[in-house]
Design a protein around this ligand. Structure first.
Ligand SMILES: C[S@@+](CC[C@H](N)C(=O)[O-])C[C@H]1O[C@@H](n2cnc3c(N)ncnc32)[C@H](O)[C@@H]1O
Ligand code: SF4
Ligand code: SF4
Length: 380
């Protein structure tokens, strides 16, 4: 990819003009659609999978996707369960793109093959998040670089913007730094974030030592300010710091309004943790707008995509301004990576990686996270 294209991609993530429309009107910015409840893994902290349920049919999913678009939603995040276990995932991506959605997919990556990545790219997938918690699997989480490193090479010439996201808890904390370094050293925007509680506000795993967590979050804030590709905003890093210190944060949750979730049964969910029984097919823009209010569950909320979208809508200049500066600071390193021959880039790695990827096209794109925007094919 040409250097100018790479620099352009550093700024395309926030897609300021397109997102701007949704900062000014009453329509939703983003929907996360559970394409299935089923999952091939069983992470101990997770409450978002259920293998007793069948996959929703392709026809039902398409009907819900059309409705989500009719509401004016600009971006769709395909989630689960594990979205790649749905037999029609490529067709679903293609359909979302045909309707003009900016489309992302979040996966544990275990089922990724070179062929599947090419098919998803051909279908128009713009952003992929691979979740990686550790360097090696543990009884708490099997999502580790041991499985994912060999697959990173498949993204070398891919147009899909890849980023990596990990969960920090007591089990993963000793390896979180290495996870971050492994992603960043390969030019992949990477983020690790604090484990959140379940819908009943219980933590399913030990969260880890508060002091250590604070030090780690602080180090990420510093690195973000230096322009490293930490794949979250400074606002969300500061928010996590406040969570650890039990500090009050002033914000209004926009979940159920600017962003919402649709379950694998087609139910309208305010967010991943707050569910309703209303069917998405019955939801109106007025229903969405009614959720523009402070919520009793805001204290300690760990649905970071919702916090992020809410802060963006509430304080666009502040949040976007800092992000634009952080991305501008990435340009020298983007240029360095671009001008460095591939053989040298292997030395950027900080962990032993005999077969793994080095710098990849997919990793240098300043890719948008679930809370960023990506370019739309057509306006809504
Ligand atoms: C529910 S998963 C679905 C997609 C896919 N199965 C995966 O793991 O990437 C979506 C994201 O939520 C994260 N997640 C699940 N439970 C969490 C929790 N209790 N705290 C923080 N993140 C969590 C996962 O690690 C993953 O990055
Ligand atoms: S892979 Fe994703 S959906 Fe499956 S258990 Fe882990 S976090 Fe949950
Ligand atoms: S505050 Fe958090 S948990 Fe409550 S509705 Fe908003 S995003 Fe969901």
């Amino acid at each position: 990819m040409k250097l100018l294209d790479k620099i352009g991609r550093e700024f395309s993530g926030y897609n300021i003009l397109e997102s701007g429309k949704r900062l000014l009107d009453r329509k939703p910015l983003q929907c996360s659609l559970y394409v299935t409840d089923r999952c091939n893994l069983d992470c101990a902290y997770c409450t978002e999978y259920d293998n007793s349920r069948p996959h929703p049919s392709l026809d039902d999913l398409k009907k819900w996707i059309r409705k989500i678009r009719e509401l004016g939603t600009m971006r769709i995040a395909l989630v689960g369960g594990e979205p790649l276990v749905h037999p029609n995932i490529v067709e679903l991506v293609r359909y979302c793109r045909e309707l003009g959605f900016a489309t992302s997919l979040t996966t544990n990556g275990f089922l990724l093959t070179r062929k599947l990545i090419a098919e998803l790219e051909d279908a128009g997938l713009q952003v992929m998040q691979i979740s990686v918690d550790r360097m090696t699997p543990s009884p708490i989480t099997k999502k580790s670089f041991k499985t994912i490193l060999p697959k990173l090479d498949y993204f070398r010439d891919s147009k899909i913007s890849l980023h990596i996201t990990g969960v920090i808890c007591a089990d993963t904390l000793p390896e979180s730094q290495a996870v971050l370094e492994t992603g960043l050293s390969r030019g992949i925007p990477t983020e690790v974030r604090l484990v959140h509680a379940d819908p009943l506000n219980r933590f399913r795993v030990d969260r880890g030592s508060r002091d250590e967590l604070e030090r780690f979050i602080d180090s990420m804030i510093e690195r973000k300010r230096r322009g490293e590709k930490i794949h979250t905003s400074e606002a969300i890093l500061n928010y996590q710091r406040s969570l650890l210190q039990d500090e009050h944060v002033e914000w209004t949750c926009m979940a159920g309004y600017k962003l919402f979730f649709v379950s694998a049964q087609g139910k309208f969910w305010i967010c991943s943790m707050v569910h309703t029984d209303k069917h998405i097919m019955d939801v109106t823009l007025d229903d969405l707008y009614a959720n523009y209010r402070k919520k009793s569950c805001q204290k300690g909320c760990g649905v970071y995509c919702a916090v992020s979208a809410s802060l963006l809508v509430e304080k666009p200049a502040q949040v976007l301004g800092k992000e634009i500066i952080a991305r501008a600071k990435r340009i020298p390193s983007t240029m360095r990576h671009s001008l460095t021959p591939n053989t040298d880039k292997a030395t950027h790695g900080t962990v032993t990686n005999p077969d793994g990827a080095r710098e990849m096209n997919g990793g240098t794109k300043g890719s948008p996270s679930a809370d960023d925007g990506v370019t739309l094919r057509q306006g809504v």
